[in-house]
Design a protein around this ligand. Structure first.
Ligand SMILES: Nc1nc2c(ncn2[C@@H]2O[C@H](COP(=O)(O)OP(=O)(O)O)[C@@H](O)[C@H]2O)c(=O)[nH]1
Ligand SMILES: [Mg+2]
Ligand SMILES: [Zn+2]
Length: 294
């Protein structure tokens, strides 16, 4: 009888399949005819259970594929930040967002370590949350250490495949521990998670909250949008810009006349000065009026 599962572990030579109804785990074996197809963590598969093995007969069509780490069918990329320890770097976040948009993945912005914030820093958190909400992103504040906001995050990503991303030190592994109900040791992550993290070729999707799945990433400290895409394309991956139609449909919102984004949206405060500053920095363009407006 044919059953359905999801690939929850994948290394060069092996795989594990978790059944979608009972969550039992089996070793994956590729039937000869599907052998040539690549198999990734996150793939939904159909096949037969024979002894301790899941014989894969079919890999369902993928909706997307992230390459680092290799995971298919990603519903949310949780881009984790902190306001302090480390300081929030909005330029880095804007680059991350552009890159994930470019790859067709849905970013969700997480602000972790809210427990560290004094009153004035809480205002800063509110400011940044509004900037990204107004740009069109889901924005969630949490404290992995104090277990605040984590239930909210769990509800939001229930039933989904999610990936933790963001710079190192922001608390990705701590959030993972919290989601999996593994005790967090301050200043370190559990051995169980560490082992998975350091195996570069293997990917594990952890199951939590019944039918939700998540993977950790090692974390980047630098990401440049123009490393992934053409400069002229960056305008497409600042999603709030897409609400405006400029005189030229391929307007880069830099030196063109009658630019709705520049002349109207930024001036009227509909597009945040900080987001537009990041954009112009990526484009390497200086707009003298910006300082007067912002
Ligand atoms: N105060 C505070 N510290 C946190 C929180 N989450 C993580 N940390 C600490 O931040 C450091 C980095 O955490 P880690 O999970 O390894 O970050 P990663 O590099 O993004 O995986 C560790 O010392 C954690 O204990 C939090 O919510 N509040
Ligand atoms: Mg980590
Ligand atoms: Zn324009």
């Amino acid at each position: 009888m044919s059953v359905k599962g999801i690939v929850t572990y994948r290394s060069a030579g092996s795989s594990k399949i978790t059944l979608l109804d009972t969550f039992e785990i089996f070793n994956g074996i590729l039937r000869k005819k599907v052998k040539k197809l690549k198999l990734y963590a996150g793939d939904f598969v159909e096949g037969e259970v024979v002894d301790n093995n899941f014989v894969i007969e079919k890999i369902q069509q993928r909706k997307n594929l992230l390459n680092r780490p290799p995971v298919a069918n990603v519903d949310n990329v949780l881009v984790v930040n902190a306001i302090k320890n480390p300081d929030f770097d909005n330029f880095l976040l804007d680059n991350f967002l552009a890159v994930y948009e470019f790859k067709g993945l849905e970013p969700v912005i997480i602000f972790n370590k809210t427990d560290l914030l004094k009153d004035d820093e809480k205002e800063l958190l509110q400011k940044w949350m509004n900037v990204y909400k107004e740009a069109g992103y889901e924005t969630i504040a949490i404290s992995a250490i104090e277990d605040e906001g984590v239930e909210n995050l769990k509800d939001f990503i229930k039933g989904d495949i999610s990936i933790l991303a963001g710079p190192s030190g922001v608390g990705k592994s701590s959030i993972l521990s919290r989601l999996l109900n593994i005790p967090i040791k301050i200043g370190e992550v559990s051995e169980k998670l560490k082992r998975g993290r350091h195996t570069t070729t293997a990917v594990t999707l952890y199951r939590f909250n019944e039918n939700s799945f998540i993977a950790d990433t090692p974390g980047f400290s630098r990401v440049e949008a123009t490393y992934f895409m053409d400069k002229k394309e960056v305008r497409l991956y600042f999603r709030e810009f897409l609400r405006y139609s400029c005189k030229f449909p391929d307007c880069t919102h830099t030196n063109e006349p009658d630019c709705e984004v520049k002349k109207k949206a930024v001036k009227r405060g509909e597009i945040s000065c900080d987001r537009f500053k990041s954009y112009l920095k990526i484009m390497n363009y200086y707009w003298e009026e910006l300082e007067k407006i912002c």
